[in-house]
Design a protein around this ligand. Structure first.
Ligand code: AVJ
Length: 320
């Protein structure tokens, strides 16, 4: 089957409005910050795919190991008719689930949902071609805002892989999980991938690789703002910083101004002092008991928890 046309809940104008609003709030805040979702234009999505292949970036490989080992069990335990993937990107690892569901039978529809039109165009076309008989409905939306638009009817499995939930701050996570639970019916399932707390000596290099791909990915957000909002950031004047915060148990990516700068964006003059840092991403790491507590707090019943043999990455299945 060929993929159906993308369902667009996030129009170009609305995306632009969201970016303008985030830039206005984040760049006038003290300290300055930007939400990580704006990394992912076509180039940012490509850079992220490149990150997933880096020797230092273990989460993708570790999660793939878990899914390869347990996909059959996941298909069995959920008995889903519809698989919905939030923040789907390339959906590369999701194929392990689609393969298991194909063997088991019963899955009718795959709904990848992402803010990136370019990533969705590619992934929906490829998946529709590779899984004949599967209905593929790509949805352009922001999963922190458009959960009310999920398809209804039939047992659903919602997956949020890669550790993407770690991009939300604790309060945003609680809001997201509560909204997610409200959007589901009893018996529907949620599958969440989470990077686990471990030696920072392993985590930090995953966000500060020797080849500098993550640094380029980080600076890409400035290129997105230059292009979309006509700003005049000099991305090369910002240094990539990856910092482990032991209190919050998260990684922060920042961009450090290497010299004093005044940047014109929207109707703002944004001043950077030499050495001033702009926070571009939080990537939280989890403990198994913490994940279960957050899910339970939002009204889910955790059903299974798996890790790879090295205990790097966790995948949790919970029942609505
Ligand atoms: C896609 C959000 C899971 O936090 O590890 C990779 C993004 N940032 N390298 C992560 C990312 C820097 C990634 N997630």
């Amino acid at each position: 089957m060929s993929a159906e046309p993308l369902e667009i809940y996030l129009e170009e104008q609305e995306l632009g409005r969201g970016l303008r609003e985030d830039v206005r709030v984040g760049l006038t805040a003290e300290p300055k910050w930007l939400p990580p979702k704006w990394f992912y234009d076509a180039r940012g999505s490509e850079l992220f795919e490149e990150i997933t292949r880096l020797p230092e970036y273990y989460p993708t490989r570790a999660e793939r190991t878990v899914l390869a080992e347990h996909a059959g069990e996941i298909a069995e335990l959920t008995g889903a008719k519809t698989l919905i993937e939030l923040g789907s990107g390339s959906s590369e690892k999701t194929r392990l689930l689609l393969d298991a569901f194909t063997r088991r039978g019963g899955l009718g529809t795959f709904v990848p949902l992402d803010v990136s039109v370019s990533a969705l165009r590619q992934s929906t076309a490829q998946i529709a071609a590779d899984y004949p008989g599967l209905r593929v409905r790509g949805v352009v939306a922001d999963f922190t805002r458009h959960l009310d638009r999920l398809p209804t009817g039939g047992r659903r499995l919602v997956v949020l892989l890669g550790g993407t939930i770690g991009n939300l701050l604790p309060i945003e996570r609680a809001e997201f999980l509560t909204a997610m639970r409200a959007a589901l019916e009893p018996g529907d399932r949620l599958l969440v991938g989470t990077d686990l707390v471990k030696d920072p000596g392993v985590i930090v290099p995953a966000y500060d690789d020797a080849a500098g791909v993550t640094a380029e990915f980080n600076r890409n957000v400035l290129r997105v703002i230059n292009r979309e909002l006509g700003a005049d950031f000099d991305p090369d004047a910002f240094r990539h910083v990856a910092l482990w915060d032991p209190e919050h148990e998260w990684i922060e990516m920042r961009l450090r101004a290497e010299r004093p700068m005044r940047v014109r964006v929207l109707d703002l003059d944004v001043d950077f002092a030499a050495g001033e840092e702009l926070r571009t991403e939080v990537s939280a790491k989890f403990r198994p008991e913490g994940i279960a507590a957050e899910l339970t707090g939002a009204g889910f019943a955790p059903q299974a928890f798996w890790t790879d043999p090295d205990g790097l990455f966790g995948v949790t299945l919970a029942r609505a």
